[in-house]
Design a binder for this molecule. Sequence first.
Ligand SMILES: NC(=O)c1ccc[n+]([C@@H]2O[C@H](COP(=O)([O-])OP(=O)(O)OC[C@H]3O[C@@H](n4cnc5c(N)ncnc54)[C@H](OP(=O)(O)O)[C@@H]3O)[C@@H](O)[C@H]2O)c1
Length: 253
Amino acid sequence: MNAIFLTLLFVQFVSSTANNNNNNNNNRNRLWQLPAKSTAVVTGGTKGIGHAIVSELCLSFGCKILTCARNEKELNECIKEWQEKGCDVRGCVADISTTEGRSSLMDAVKDLINDDDCANPGKLDILINNVGTNIRKPSIEYTEDDLEFVMKTNFKSFFEVTKLCHPYLIREKVEGESYCKQTSSVVNIGSVAGVVCMKSGTPYAATKAAMNQLTGNWACEWGPVGIRVNCITPWYINTALAQQVLKNEEYKK
Ligand SMILES: NC(=O)c1ccc[n+]([C@@H]2O[C@H](COP(=O)([O-])OP(=O)(O)OC[C@H]3O[C@@H](n4cnc5c(N)ncnc54)[C@H](OP(=O)(O)O)[C@@H]3O)[C@@H](O)[C@H]2O)c1
């Protein structure tokens, strides 16, 4: 129940970003509060859903944010845009489907959380696992390289990044109790394709279904050390990743 409620809150939070009007701002701020300078890592923040999440966390909630992407030029442009609006956002060029990329990201995470002005110095408050990709073609046309690419981008990357962030996400237990007073939050960006069967790439669907299972299992494993883990499962959202589908008149039928 708690997980469902938090998921709904997060859906409200993302949909409010899209609408971006004053009424929604007021409603949202009543529902969703974060201490200023909470630290957040949002993977894949230069486009689409990740970009909207970074904007919301920095502009509405004053978070200190680290995001990453592979394209350096686009990343620099986004960072400049956010910083010009007064946001505390930094970027790391990294392909997090690789061990080297994840290592660069973690160096930047350590810099972020060790800043003097963090809400919880030395701790990471929020991890948004947003990076994802798709190759939309029939399973029998998938090469081994295609499968490897989708698996390592959608599954291995967030599994490993979350594991690496775990030491900074855990919280102290209340003395003599089995719970923590403070918590951190991991939000995985899944997909409807991981819940129902649809024509949107079968290996992609499998990675998103795996994300659902990891979410529930991690919530059980890590609840006792103060890490909340939730997954949101969007339907189609008009981003670069969805254009192959959204521009396809045949698919729309
Ligand atoms: N759009 C939809 O309809 C929809 C629906 C359901 C779920 N989702 C999920 O939502 C998430 C975001 O989707 P989106 O549509 O916003 O995607 P998008 O527009 O393609 O943006 C993806 C972001 O991730 C970055 N990225 C991709 N691969 C990366 C890697 N290996 N290492 C580091 N950064 C990487 C991209 O930058 P670079 O290319 O520069 O690396 C970009 O900033 C995905 O997990 C997707 O599966 C999307």
